[in-house]
Write a protein that binds this ligand. Structure first.
Ligand code: ADP
Length: 406
């Protein structure tokens, strides 16, 4: 059983890493950024809680991890868990074998920005820790239980059968953790029908029935769904041809606009993609910030109402992510658009909930409403431990069978 798990979230020039020690009671975090450039550096906090900012000019992913682990923790992990955005149709976390690495590579057309960066991280950790078990934990895996009527687009069939064009969903690690923890708090562990709203820079909603995802707001890519920091969420698909015909924009420009220049940032006329800044600006009378917040909350409520169709019964809703956990204002505004199904917020409990704490915030008459802080790192570490244990148990069993047959 691994005692310490290194959790890695690798981008093309950055690595977010966390070392979870001794059954997750103890964690260190680090961020290596600008890798491969003269500005490369690692920021983090040591085991002794000392802040660290180390310059590592031109370091690559492997060097950054080496320095980071040595300087922050002086500790070697027992297993490594990689966050992988797109796992195609893989349904659960997997030990990183050559076959699984090939499957991650094969899913690259579906996540061209993320999967190649994850493969760089895998390569680095394999060179650094050739003997350690490594596990891939997929953002998409939790949503593989969606029924076909929820994951198919109304497009010509061959696009699905020959090109894998379907809805996959993302943020699965968070929706899985939050719905599990939330239903446990509600006294019905992994039972009943729940909605989750993960609201951060990227945002998505999910419907969960008896612990399994039955629908979610993100689709083929993480662009579909509700309003995000810089991503548009749902738009009319004819927008592409409209912009091409009327403004002469090419696909690259449209894609960049929808992913990087839209959402809260676009609505607020480039004021900010950060919800705190927008709330402050709105309080001071900025009308662009006010409409950005209003569109965000309205579309979120609309998505939650729509996803409830995936549930035979609605027991409640869990808010999570930076915005969902910390903003009573956004929670209140969203619930004001959702008086249906008997939802009723307890304003005092909502306002009084302290940052980063879990708690119930409904009035006790309709479906429950909870705030449940997410823990994606903890969940990745847990799934990594689970896979490593399963593999070692299977190996032990095979050994026993071989001995018995000898
Ligand atoms: P990521 O998706 O990058 O992990 P987070 O989950 O950390 O992002 O969420 C970041 C968002 O949370 C930002 O828009 C930030 O403004 C927002 N946020 C954090 N604290 C608050 C707060 N007290 N009120 C409103 N928004 C907040």
């Amino acid at each position: 059983m691994p005692k310490s798990v290194l959790v890695i979230n690798c981008g093309s020039s950055s690595i977010k890493f966390a070392l979870l020690l001794e059954d997750q009671e103890f964690r260190i975090h680090g961020l290596a950024e600008n890798l491969g450039t003269p500005e490369a550096r690692i920021k983090g906090v040591t085991v002794g809680n000392e802040p660290v900012d180390i310059r590592i000019p031109n370091a690559d992913h492997k060097e950054a991890l080496e320095v980071g682990l040595e300087r922050l923790a002086n500790y070697k992990p027992d297993a490594i868990g990689h966050r992988i955005v797109h796992g195609g149709t893989l349904t659960k976390a997997e030990l990183l074998t050559d076959d699984i690495i090939e499957k991650i590579r094969a899913a690259t057309p579906l996540a061209p920005l993320h999967n190649p960066a994850h493969l760089v991280g895998i390569e680095a950790t394999k060179r650094l820790f050739p003997d350690l078990p490594q596990v891939a934990v997929f953002d998409t895996a939790f949503h593989q239980t969606m029924p076909e009527h929820a994951f198919r687009y109304a497009l010509p069939k061959f696009l699905y059968t020959e090109h894998n064009v379907r809805r996959y969903g993302f943020h699965g690690t968070s929706h899985a953790y939050v719905s599990e923890r939330g239903s446990e708090l509600a006294g019905s562990f992994k039972q009943g029908g729940w909605l989750t709203a993960h609201l951060g820079n990227g945002s998505s909603t999910c419907a969960i029935w008896n612990g399994q995802s039955v629908d979610t707001s993100m689709g083929l890519t993480p662009l579909e769904g509700i309003v995000m920091g810089t991503r548009s969420g749902d738009v009319d698909p004819s927008l592409h041809s409209f912009l091409a015909a009327n403004l002469g924009w090419d696909l690259y420009k449209i894609d960049k606009m929808l992913n990087k220049e839209s959402g809260l940032l676009g609505l607020s006329d480039n004021l900010s993609n950060d919800m705190r800044t927008l709330i402050e600006a709105s309080e001071q009378g900025n009308e662009d910030a006010t409409i950005a917040i209003e569109v965000f909350c309205y579309r979120l409520a609309k998505s939650l109402a729509a996803l409830s169709c995936g549930l035979p019964r609605l027991d409640g809703l869990f808010f999570t992510g930076g915005i969902g956990e910390n903003s009573a204002y956004i929670r209140e505004k969203t619930m004001a658009y959702l008086p249906h199904f008997g939802f009723k917020l307890n304003k005092e409990q909502n306002d009084n909930l302290k940052r980063g704490t879990e708690g119930r915030i409904d009035a006790g008459t309709g479906p429950q409403i909870w705030v449940v802080p997410t823990d994606e790192e903890g969940r990745i570490a847990q799934e990594t431990e689970h896979v490593v244990n399963e593999v070692s148990q299977a190996a032990a069993k095979k050994f026993e069978t071989n001995v018995a047959m000898a």
